[in-house]
Design a protein around this ligand. Sequence first.
Ligand SMILES: [Zn+2]
Length: 314
Amino acid sequence: MIADISRLSLDYKLCEKTFRGSIYAVGVGLHSGAKTKISFHPAPVGTGIVFRRVDVTDKNNEIKASYENVVDTRLCTCYGNAEGVRVSTAEHVMAALYAYGVTNAYIDVQGPEVPIMDGSAQDFAFLFDCVGLIEQNAPLKAVRIKKEVVFEDGKGAVVSLKPAEKGLTIDFDIEFAAGAIGHQSLVFDLTQKSFKKEIAYARTFAQLQEIEMLRSMGLCHGGSLENAIVVNGESIMNPEGLRHQTEFVRHKILDAIGDLGQAGLPIIGSFQGVRSGHFHTNALLRTLFADSSAYEIIDLNETIEENESAIAVA
Ligand SMILES: [Zn+2]
C-alpha cells in the first residue's frame, strides 16, 4: 500500500513526507473529559493535513487543517468544514507535524477534540518517531516571506512575519501578572531536533481562576494537573513543578509553530509574537495570504541548486 504513495528512487532532495504506516494513541479530551483515540495514517502527495471525524458518518467528516478553516480560537485552535464538522485542540499535534516535516497525513479522531495527552507535544513526537516517515516523490515547496506583515489587536498583542534567509525562527515574548509566569522571552530556530529537545515537552498552562470559570461554563472537564500547568499567583500547583524555568514561553512557541502549520507549507521567515495567542497567529496568516506581494511559493530544491552554484562560483 505504501508503494502507491512513494517510490524508491526520488527525483528531489527535499520532498513531501508522510507516515510510513499507521499508529494511534488514546487520551482524554480537555473539555469533554471523555477518553478518545487519535490515529495517524499515510496520505498521498498533495493531501495536506486532513482530520477525519470518524464518529461522524452522515456528512462530510474531513477537515483540512488550513488557516481558512479555523473557526474558533478562543481556548484552542478549532478547525471546521463547510458542513459544520469540527475538530478542536489541534495546535499541539499540528506543531509536531510541522516540526517533523509531515506534509501529508490523515488524522482520525473519534470525537470533536484531539486528546490533550500530557498538555505538550511530546507524545505526538514519540509516536512519529515510532512510526517513521517516508519521503514522497514530490518536491517540497515553502512559503517564503518577502515583506513584513503585522497584525495588532490594539490591546497589546502583536504578531509579525518578516523575511529570513532560511527556515523558521520564532521569537516570543509573554508577560503575565501571575508571579509564577511573569515576563519570559525566547528566540527559537526550528528544526526537528531542536523542537524535540527544547519545545515538545512544554505543557499548556492555565490560571486557577480561569479553570474554575471554565468549569462553571461546562468546559475543561478533562483538564487536570496531569495535562496542564496550573498557576495560582506566585505558585505552581503541580507537585512535580515545571519541566523548565521558561516552560510557559516554550509552550507559546509550541502553539505558534502549530498555528503556523495552518499555512499548509513550511514558512521561510521570522515570526515574532508579543502576548499573542491562537487568534492572532491565524489573523496574521489571513493578512499574509491576502497580500500576494508579501510572499511567494518556492520549490526548496531550486533554492538548494542556487546555493550550490553560488558555492561553486565562490
Ligand atoms: Zn497550547
